[in-house]
Design a protein around this ligand. Structure first.
Ligand code: SF4
Length: 416
């Protein structure tokens, strides 16, 4: 497993696989071909199917700036290696191809080249599964965040401090803003209103409403292309920060306690990324919101005093009860159902932590088992349910959306 720096990435939303990954690929390809006058990018499969709603074209253009790029969309062509593929070509003055490569955006902003080699840095963790980590930490009487400290470079704490600060800044921007999110859905931002309503609510509801407002704030910032931290992805970036802020407020913890919880949460996200997938295009939303819920449940359980076995149990439940969750973003935007899913997964993460805390920590299904199940379930899913905006809610609402857009057009024409 690689460093947590490769999991928690700071970048622009709304999608780590559709914006961060392609932008990184464009930047690397542009830097490798300084002699090119212009570029061509061809997007395949899920990257093309939902790329317009996910702002992939903007991310690629930014990656090649100041040189121009033309973009072709091939949503019905799926390359065998991964559903999120793009071919990049460097062109000379006469549009002759100087060089080309095929890159796969495999989730969490990570890319893989056409030789099927992952490009990111080497592994820093000696263990490959949660069962191995639990055995090792039990043998050495170590907490999970102490295990992270032992494996990582000491600079990890500065990095995680930046991650936590960025999460809070994203949340604050989301709580301050009002208005409508970009895109065809005309979706109103709700975080600010929810926070206001929370202040008027009785104590029990106030906590719940605060939690929802925090998750909505991050998810709405992501949907508008703002800066977020992948946890584990952009689309699911509201779950972990919302849970951490909620618990920090209740118990009055110092930031360092929250940062230790982020380290533990990161272990669970890292295992999902390494042994299964965090790409909605590969395994559906269970790999994004499901893994985010597992990470947040682990953080919450640690913050509330759970031992390593209970923490692993909380994380296992967080993912287990999202198994089979499809990726079906309406009109290809990371808005419906994505934004609400962040709020509900944050609430479920707290439930999982509470459930694990009152247990003795024993559980039949391990986190490793549930990761394997998630991966296989994702592979069994029809591609319509894996970030193509062709199945589920996306399909059902397409007709409604079409009627809505036509009515708006007619209304505008009448008013002219
Ligand atoms: S439905 Fe889930 S996986 Fe799909 S774009 Fe939304 S948050 Fe990401």
């Amino acid at each position: 497993m690689q460093s947590l720096k490769e999991l928690y990435k700071i970048g622009m939303g709304p999608s780590s696989s559709h914006t961060m990954g392609p932008r990184k690929a464009a930047e690397q390809f542009a830097a490798a071909h300084p002699q090119a006058v212009s570029f061509k990018a061809t997007l395949y499969g899920s990257l093309a199917a939902t790329g317009k709603g996910h702002l992939t074209d903007f991310a690629i253009k930014e990656g090649f700036e100041p040189r121009p790029v033309t973009i072709d969309w091939e949503p019905t062509v799926f390359l065998p290696t991964h559903p999120n593929a793009l071919r990049l070509q460097a062109l000379d003055k006469a549009d002759h191809v100087l060089a080309q490569t095929t890159v796969y955006s495999i989730g969490g902003g990570e890319i893989m080249d056409d030789q099927h080699h992952t490009q990111p840095p080497a592994s820093v963790y000696p263990h490959r599964s949660m069962s191995e980590i639990l055995d090792y930490t039990a043998q050495h009487r170590m907490l999970l965040w102490e295990y992270v400290e032992e494996c990582e470079d000491p600079a990890i704490w500065d990095y995680l401090t930046t991650v936590w600060n960025t999460m809070q800044e994203t949340m604050q921007r989301g709580l301050d803003k009002r208005g409508v999110l970009p895109g065809s859905l005309n979706l109103e931002r709700k975080a600010r209103r929810y926070l206001h309503n929370a202040e008027q609510s009785p104590q029990f509801l106030r906590r719940m409403n605060n939690l929802f407002a925090y998750a909505l704030a991050c998810a709405e910032e992501n949907a508008s292309g703002g800066q977020v931290v992948t946890a584990p992805t952009c689309g699911s970036s509201g779950v972990v920060p919302a849970v951490c802020r909620q618990i920090k407020e209740i118990y009055g913890f110092e930031d360092i306690t929250i940062i230790h919880a982020l380290a533990t949460a990161g272990l669970f996200g890292n295992l999902a990324k390494t042994n299964a997938s965090i790409s909605g295009a590969e395994v559906g939303c269970q790999g994004e919101i499901g893994v985010a819920c597992a990470m947040a449940a682990a953080a919450a359980c640690q913050l509330e005093g759970g031992d390593n076995r209970r923490i692993a149990y909380a994380a296992e439940m967080g993912l287990e009860h999202h198994l089979g969750l499809t990726c079906d973003p309406v009109d290809g935007l990371v808005q419906i159902p994505c934004i609400e899913r962040n709020a509900l997964a944050a609430s479920r993460a707290l439930d999982c932590a509470t459930y694990a805390l009152i247990s003795d920590g024993e559980h039949r299904i391990s986190y490793d088992n549930v990761l394997a199940t998630m991966m296989q379930t994702g592979l069994d899913m029809k591609k319509e349910y894996r970030e193509t905006a062709k199945g589920g809610l996306a399909r059902f609402f397409k007709k409604k959306l079409f009627r809505f857009k036509r009515k708006s057009r007619l209304r505008k024409m009448k008013n002219k």
